[in-house]
Design a protein around this ligand. Sequence first.
Ligand code: IPM
Ligand code: MN
Length: 360
Amino acid sequence: MDARIVVLPGDGIGPEVVAEGVRLLRAVADRHGHHFVLEEHPIGGAAIAAAGSPLPESTLHACRTAAAVLLGAVGGPPWDDPNAPVRPEDGLLALRRELGLYANLRPVKVLGELMEGSPLRPERLQGVDLLIVRELTGGLYFGQPRGREVVDGQRTAVDTLKYSEEEIRRVVQLAFEFAAQRRKLVTSVDKANVLESSRLWRQVAQEVSTSFPGVRLEHQLVDAAAMRLVSNPRAFDVIVTENLFGDILSDEASVLVGSLGMLPSASIRADALGVYEPVHGSAPDIAGQGIANPLGAILSVSMLLRHSLGLEQEAAEVELAVEAALAGGARTVDLGGAPALTTAQMGEAVVSRLATRAPA
Ligand code: IPM
Ligand code: MN
């Protein structure tokens, strides 16, 4: 297969973990005779420094026309001034918005190998395998009006939580499609006891569910869902929720797998284009040290192979190689490695497991 893949390393540990994702992509291409053209572009703080914009037009154009995008992370202390006119995060948000990537998939699967790394009791973690489907281009992140003004001498700020029924329908529909392939339960998370937008969300979710008679729908308030995520995480199959609730719940869910460094994500839309990125962010505290866990990026590559390129076998091979590396004792520092592997050593550990399996 021929595919042009855009690589956006970004800031902090982004470039370090993305380098391991790229190493893996090259190894997969070699093994299976694919021809991946990898094209690197700036985003985030790195792009502000290089081009004066967190999402230069050339980067956006490259992404629009690519088969898939692999992204590291954006943001960091140099750009944290609350009065800054432009922030690295704006580049990521604009990319999601401009590409219309309305669904963010964050799978959370607890591997037996890593259970001791979680602060939760192993009996609660056994068999946890859930998928968070987070709405990504609506809600408080993008709603208008938004901004600051002085009202009656008070500095005042406003954000708007707004959803149209179509914005809700398409993401809930996607959640049902995934659930139909899994354990056939959708938990729609909202705050319908307070928010008008949540009441519409609940209504639309109910309507969508009538097209999926084989899938059960339950509604849960976000506060209760936050509690259940740590008290009984096995109860979930697919969670679908609005943008900010999904942002918060997915960081919470990362605790289940022992390290935020493990979690991949895919931001997708109706066609095959997607942006794939580890959930962990730029982690400025450990940037430049070569110790970050690249497995979130590597598992994001697996999602890229599956979702954007339709390479199911290759995707599954990557996941097996990650499990084999962990089973062989490979651990970065966040996974309690002592001695810990470096980012590059973990990348190599996965690639070498890939190579020991003969292609089918
Ligand atoms: C995420 C991040 C982003 C978000 C930030 C960096 C804008 O936290 O992908 O979860 O809030 O969506
Ligand atoms: Mn987040």
